[in-house]
Ligand binder design. Sequence first.
Ligand SMILES: C[S@@+](CC[C@H](N)C(=O)[O-])C[C@H]1O[C@@H](n2cnc3c(N)ncnc32)[C@H](O)[C@@H]1O
Length: 382
Amino acid sequence: MTALPAVRSTWRDWLLRRVASRSFQVWAAGVPGLRWIARSEGAALFDLTAGFVNSQVLVALVELRVLHLLQDGPSSVRHLAGLCAVPVERMQVILQAGAGLGLLKRQGDDRFGLSLRGASMLGVPGLEAMIRHHRALYADLADPVAFLRGGQETQLARFWPYVFGAAGAVDPAVVGTYSELMAESQILVAEDTLRLVDLSRVRRLLDVGGGTGAFLAAVGAAYPGLSLGLFDLPAVMEKAGERLARAGLTDRVTLHPGSFRDAPLPPGADVISLIRVLFDHDDSTVTHLLSKALVALPPGGRVIVSEPMSGGARPERSTDVYFAIYTMAMQTGRTRPAVEIAGLLRRAGFENITQAKGYRPFVTSVVWAERPNMPAQSRLGV
Ligand SMILES: C[S@@+](CC[C@H](N)C(=O)[O-])C[C@H]1O[C@@H](n2cnc3c(N)ncnc32)[C@H](O)[C@@H]1O
């Protein structure tokens, strides 16, 4: 029994050595059956190699608002070139590239329109804002090896000033920028979270790190009887009032300005949600925060963690590439697998931990857990 994995690995090592040799590749490209594999692996490698150009074409299309300009119907290259202040022959190239990426459709020699994918991009909340925001991440990754070795200042850490501690996030203009970006994409996160958790028996929900209240707006609409609380940094709270008023939630939401680094979480909620909060922080901050959530909850109360999670033992393209690198660029963050989040919850004293892989893992996945009936003090000594 124990010999089998060794034999398998020897065979696999032999195969990998063969596949890495040019002569094998040339041979495989001529063998029916293997030819198809060789071709699709080649295309996949080319796609990885060219990925950064693809995303920069996307940035150009978004910044020039090309998709919006085509929303009412196809247009000529010359007309678009004039609107975008780009030379006609260069406009032809970027439009052709957009068609190559499947976002645009060529309509004759000098006209382009939207493809289905291009049209659907316009309906995804927050996507264009995210693409624009990627200029900062792109700059941080300009020298990826230096980035990995660490020690360099990153634009993303400056964009999310609370990574330097709560005192970093006091400028309302700066927190306004990140709050707006979060609020736009929150629509999808809230949709997927509310698909996975049932709040029908909940009396009061406290959203910790809830930004300007976009998640609470979705919860409030889905559960009209629920009373709501919002906890975030004071500078963020200043912006929350307006959004909550627009959502007609002013009377249902209690605002709790504060920092979870140095204040207790307010008691009284039977569910505490942490939406896209843990992945911003290192393990010690997260452990501290979860311990505070445990203390604030009544026995049987629940904590809900919702954020993009690593695939762990089964690495996943969107979360283990994009989110893992993004959170690394923030400097204090980490994209954790659900099993690791469950471990942090268990260590903080939670039990009955449930994981639910997201319907769209690049949007969110969810882990929730219960405070046991035993008093928190006797378990934690807090
Ligand atoms: C990535 S954003 C997520 C916002 C929102 N939950 C969402 O998903 O759109 C993280 C939030 O945590 C808040 N936050 C960061 N550090 C905090 C602290 N020490 N105390 C309270 N809130 C904090 C930030 O202000 C921000 O609103």
